[in-house]
Design a protein around this ligand. Structure first.
Ligand code: ADE
Length: 250
């Protein structure tokens, strides 16, 4: 049976979208997930919500225990994961408030635990990562966002940086030359682990800023990110609700 896991990013981690949610505490061999799991239904579809940075945003991007988060969702039996994230835009045409359905990542993190396969004692494990975002989830996210008339881009490559600092202008320009469309601090390790756990993973990113490459714009600040989030968070919430509802018509 379908069970959707939603991993909510900064500012998008407390969508009040479940009726009578039950709070479930799951512990994994990698430790505790960032938050208890909130379990309920949307139009009959079982849904589990996890706050990536914790219920009071207490975990920095590098502190997020992605292995525990993905393991906890696996243990509770989710069949699909939909992640939300804020991102900076590396392209003129991706404006503040726009949504991007991610289809590729560049992993520029350095110190994250990003595999379940630390040991090859029971055989080598090299997981394919050519297409890390599930195509069915991408279609559902893009199709639903379009039908809601939300400003949405069908695909985009995210570069995930280590953080918590933002990029230099030189780095931002380099990421643009590499062909990245948006930038954040969370997606790559999470997507890698979901793929290793064999849970179809889709992600929608909300652009909150132009990082620091764009002439005539002030470099990104955390306050700007929060302000743009708050203004547009309801779009992401509506999108999540409609995408989950879509599974009841499957
Ligand atoms: N998240 C939102 N905007 C960002 C940026 N410019 N760089 C890294 N992460 C971000």
């Amino acid at each position: 049976m379908t069970k959707i896991g939603i991993i909510g990013g900064s500012g998008l981690d407390d969508p009040d979208i479940l009726k009578n949610p039950e709070t479930v505490h799951v512990s994994t061999r990698f430790g505790d997930p960032s938050s208890p799991l909130r379990c309920g239904r949307i139009e009959g579809v079982e849904t589990v919500i996890l706050a990536r940075h914790g219920n009071s945003h207490q975990y920095s991007p590098a502190q997020v225990n992605n292995r525990a988060n993905i393991s906890a969702l696996k243990e509770i039996g989710v069949t699909h994961i939909i992640a939300t994230t804020a991102c900076g835009s590396l392209k003129e045409e991706i404006d503040r408030g726009h949504l991007v359905v991610l289809d590729q990542f560049i992993d520029f993190t350095r110190f994250r635990k990003n595999t379940f396969h630390d040991s090859f004692a029971n055989g080598a494990k090299h997981v394919a990562m050519a297409a890390p975002f599930d195509s069915e989830l991408r279609q559902r996210l893009y199709g639903t966002a379009s039908s809601l008339n939300l400003p949405v881009h069908r695909k985009g490559c995210v570069v995930t940086i280590e953080g918590p600092r933002f990029s230099t202008v030189a780095e931002s320009n380099m990421f643009r030359m590499w062909g990245a469309d948006v930038i954040n601090m969370s997606t790559a390790p999470e997507a890698i682990l979901a793929n290793e756990a064999e849970i179809p993973y889709g992600a929608v990113a909300m652009s909150t800023d132009y990082d620091c490459w764009k002439q005539g714009e002030e470099p990104v600040t955390w306050d700007e990110i929060l302000a743009v989030f708050n203004k547009n968070a309801s779009n992401v919430t509506s999108l999540l609700i409609e995408v989950v509802k879509g599974f009841s018509r499957k």
